[in-house]
Write a protein that binds this ligand. Structure first.
Ligand code: SF4
Length: 471
């Protein structure tokens, strides 16, 4: 099947022509289908469609076929069910984060789309799957001229509460302050004291703290709970929300709860695969992807509507963010995917760890060419490498991390690897800050939080501030 699937992508142009003939045939068959009755046709047509598309595309009969806009690569073969990929975990050789033996479906989609008439994947985002259509024939839906799920907005309209910043982080970024954010990992505990003891390394050094949402698919205290504890103690939390563990009903409820409890920053992610975690038997949900999650949060805020169209009586105030990974393939698709996230509502972006500044410069060049740096604030992820061994471990085990060999060699040859790691991090921050369009640094130092103060101080990130960091 996999061989045929790859054949289909290589022959996407031919299949596009076959599909346009099929389209015309369906048009001609419409009167006959009406005569027989669509309900009677559903089972036999779905069976034929399943056999034909199953063989060619490994089709899963999602009932909302998007092959014509995904280069004849079925996105249902993506283990995270991304309708707007690729994720940030693509391996350096183009292999899938979750199933390394398979090429990333979205790299295939990119190749297929390049062969088709449009010549590239469309920038227009795909809507999330409507699960009630699963198993039903897409061909019959076309024949029946049934409304297809509306595409997500291609450009989020201005926010209804644009004049008011939703959070302290948003105010700082709007004022042009070069911000510093970091990450607070949630504890395996029900004691709020265990959250607060983790924060003392950050005091006076960072503008906001990201609260990770079951990072690496490991269970911990929820990001909503940790964010609330932090907010109550004067911290500025950035609540992360992944699509891996909740469906759209739970997600929307949690967004409203977060905003009601005074959490103003929401970072929307797809999330790591379940297989990376400590409970690989858990069910991966991925009902939405990061783009449709952003669109969902934006609709709640700007339109006062749930995804279903039902109205809210009070809208959440939110500063919406997303993540991006400029350091893994397909490099040419990364700015386009960022564009989709910005269109869906992202107004700040945090990147994966940057250990390769020239690569970041190339990415930022493409981002500036599309004007994306003017529509969202870009915060670049950095962190200290404390030994060559841990650097190699990160490169091999953390999805989406790219560390050049020269950097590892430099640390290996240093008499004090930890101090060298800090030096490298400081050098990189200084170079990154000089890149046009970068609005801040996202400093990640899990298990090395004691290095935060030294790195921020040595790199002069806070010098020249009119006011000290608030907490
Ligand atoms: S790398 Fe990510 S986007 Fe690509 S197929 Fe795997 S899970 Fe899906």
């Amino acid at each position: 099947m996999y061989v045929l699937r790859r054949w289909a992508v290589r022959h996407a142009r031919l299949l596009e022509s076959v599909y346009s003939v099929l389209d015309r045939a369906l048009d001609a068959l419409r009167p006959l289908a009406r005569l027989i009755g669509y309900a009677r046709l559903e089972r036999p047509v779905a069976a034929i469609e399943r056999a034909a598309k199953g063989a060619l595309f490994d089709c899963r009969m999602c009932g909302a076929c998007v092959l014509s806009v995904t280069g004849m690569a079925c996105p249902m073969n993506c283990p995270k069910s991304l309708r707007n990929g690729p994720c940030g975990g693509v391996r350096a050789d183009g292999g899938c984060e979750v199933e390394p033996g398979m090429q990333c479906v979205w790299i295939e989609a990119n190749h297929g789309a390049a062969r088709m008439r449009a010549g590239a994947l469309p920038t227009k985002p795909n809507p999330p799957l409507e699960h009630q259509y699963q198993g039903r024939s897409s061909w019959l839906r076309v024949l029946r001229q049934e409304p297809w799920p509306a595409s997500l907005v291609t450009q989020a309209p201005p926010r209804s509460d644009e004049a008011l910043a939703a959070s302290r982080l948003e105010s700082l970024l709007r004022s042009g302050t070069f911000v510093v954010t970091s990450e607070c990992s949630p504890p395996d505990s029900a004691d709020p004291g265990d959250v607060l003891t983790r924060t003392h390394h950050y005091e006076g050094w960072v503008d906001a703290l990201n609260v990770t949402d079951a990072p690496g698919a490991h269970c911990h205290m929820s990001s909503l709970g940790v964010s609330l504890i932090l907010a109550r103690h004067g911290w500025e939390p950035v609540m992360q929300m992944t699509c891996r563990d909740r469906n759209r009903i739970a997600i929307q409820g949690d967004i409203l709860a977060a905003a009601a409890l005074g959490i103003g920053n929401l970072l929307c992610l797809t999330g790591d695969g379940i297989g990376n975690g400590d409970d690989p038997g858990a069910k991966p949900v991925f009902d939405l992807d990061a783009v449709s999650l952003l669109d969902t949060a934006r609709r709640l805020r700007d339109d006062g509507l749930y995804r279903s169209g039902r109205m809210l009586t009070g809208r959440p105030r939110l500063f919406l963010g997303a993540v991006d990974n400029p350091f893994v393939p397909p490099f040419d698709l990364r700015p386009m995917r960022l564009g989709r996230k910005v269109a869906a509502g992202a107004r700040f972006v945090q990147t994966q760890y940057c250990f390769d500044v020239p690569m970041l410069e190339r990415y930022m060049h493409a981002v500036r060419a599309q004007g994306l740096h003017q529509r969202c604030h870009i915060l670049v992820g950095v962190g200290p490498l404390t030994s060559a061994r841990s650097a190699r471990w990160m490169r091999n085990h953390v999805p989406g991390v790219h560390i050049p060999d020269e950097l590892i060699t430099r640390i290996e040859r240093a008499s004090d690897p930890k101090a060298e790691g800090v030096r490298i991090c400081v050098e990189q921050i200084v170079r990154i800050r000089a890149i046009e369009g970068v609005a801040g640094i996202h400093l990640m130092a899990p298990k090395n939080e004691h290095l935060i103060a030294e790195i921020v101080s040595e790199s002069g990130l806070l010098s020249g501030r009119a006011q000290p960091v608030q907490h």
